[in-house]
Design a protein around this ligand. Structure first.
Ligand code: FNR
Length: 411
């Protein structure tokens, strides 16, 4: 049936016939546009859950703004007729250094949820990370067909349940465990508190179905915050990284590192890789943007393990900047549920394709033909030389994005 819907798009409000939304979908030209359409389509409680950051959401904005403060030093006349974006992650060959971060409850966005995401990732030749809190099980995701997949683990108070789940992921062909270490308690996401967020009744945490572990009940708070308080093991510590190695032979990525000190400890305790992440700004507010924390972690890792980044990656230029600062690859979070909500598997495919195309163009315009040609000299940051600082101040003052931003200081 033809109905009228209101679309808020780039700050403007339009009234449209529902069938003209299809035209909008075909006209999407960047990853961020999915969010505006998803907001129109999803129930408020669901959209808010996907979109929110913690408390003042300072870090949420900063995850994006920090990328815009890093500028390019492109090289010219370098024959960029062929660009190779392929790379290897933990020994697995992928088509580009852009992967999918774990985001929970994807069936709230689309009935095919995580399975649609898995198909889109494997069509793009890249890695998908499945959340412990997925609404599709490890077995269901694996049954979508071949693909390189990682499993994200939340350690609960029920270690035998965690061990069973890790074994199931291993049997289902998952290739690594991303151990989330930034969530001993849930960050305070005020929209979820106001909305009394809870998983819709037709959905379950599929990986835990039939296992003795509590479910998410409606409370007078965020249902998820209460669930985490009841189920997640707050005592999680470095020794547990060793414990995890006793129950699985899969490589372990420590997800949620923001400092050099913790990068060194992660390596000492046997991590095969580090993910610089602030959980999409949903945990501790006023931590730096991940791209600001990246370089100190890379320096502490000293090339012993690969360092990845997630948080605010929405453009191919962001991917290039992260790689120039030493990341081996990036993961994207929110664009997945937003594009799923708008257009299912096709939406996630398009997100990956747009990021790929933008990244390829950035490489070409910077004079880089392969990932190893991307160097620190291809970018300039405000913590570089005094001359660079002066140039950046000048540019920032002219910039509508970051001009008059009192929230950052030169160091
Ligand atoms: C997340 N994130 C997350 N992380 C994790 O380890 N397990 C999880 O289940 C989830 N779930 C989740 C849900 C939603 C809606 C969001 C937005 C985020 C964090 C995620 O893996 C990643 O760190 C961030 O999403 C990256 O930031 P961007 O790309 O969303 O800005």
């Amino acid at each position: 049936m033809r109905s009228i819907v209101t679309i808020n798009y780039l700050g403007n409000s339009f009234k449209l016939f529902s069938d003209s939304i299809m035209t909008y979908i075909s006209e999407i030209t960047n990853v961020m546009e999915y969010e505006a359409l998803a907001k129109e389509k999803l129930p408020k409680m669901v959209y808010d859950y996907y979109a929110s950051g913690a408390e003042d959401q300072w870090t949420l904005q900063e995850n994006r703004n920090a990328f815009s403060r890093i500028l390019f030093r492109p090289r010219i006349l370098r024959d960029v007729s062929k660009i190779d974006m392929t790379t290897t992650v933990l020994g697995f060959n992928i088509s580009m250094p852009i992967m999918i971060a774990p985001t929970a409850f994807q069936k709230m966005a689309h009935p095919e949820g995580e399975c649609a995401t898995a198909r889109a990732a494997s069509a793009a030749g890249t890695i998908m990370t499945l959340s412990s809190w997925a609404t599709s099980s490890v077995e269901e995701v694996s049954s979508t067909g071949p693909g390189i997949r990682f499993f994200q683990l939340y350690v609960t108070k029920h270690r035998n349940v965690d061990a069973q789940l890790v074994k199931r992921a291993e049997r289902a062909g998952f290739k690594a465990i991303a151990l989330t270490v930034d969530t001993p308690r849930l960050g305070r996401r005020e929209a979820d508190i106001k909305n009394r967020f809870v998983l819709p009744p037709h959905l379950t945490l599929k990986n835990y179905e039939g296992l003795y572990i509590g479910k998410m009940d409606k409370t007078d708070d965020s249902g998820l915050a209460s669930y985490v308080a009841n189920q997640i093991d707050r005592s999680l510590n470095w020794k547990d990284v060793k414990w995890l190695q006793t129950i699985t032979s899969l490589p372990i990525l420590v997800k949620g590192v923001l400092t050099a000190e913790d990068a060194s400890l992660a390596i000492q305790y046997g991590a095969a890789g580090i993910i610089v992440s602030n959980h999409g700004a949903r945990q501790l507010d006023y931590v730096p943007a991940t791209v600001m924390a990246l370089e100190e972690v890379v320096q502490a890792a000293k090339g012993r393990v690969p360092v990845f980044l997630d948080g605010g990656v929405r453009r191919g230029t962001d991917v290039f900047k992260a790689l120039a600062l030493g990341a081996s690859g990036v993961f994207v979070g929110r664009p997945v549920p937003f594009s799923l909500a708008v257009d299912g598997e096709a939406g996630v495919r398009k997100v990956l394709q747009m990021l790929r195309d933008e990244f390829e163009l950035t490489m070409a315009l910077s004079g880089c033909r392969s990932l190893k040609e991307i160097t620190r000299n291809h970018i300039v940051t405000h913590w570089d030389t005094p001359g660079a600082v002066a140039r950046l101040i000048f540019i920032l003052e002219l910039s509508p994005l970051t001009g008059n931003n009192q929230n950052w200081q030169l160091t």
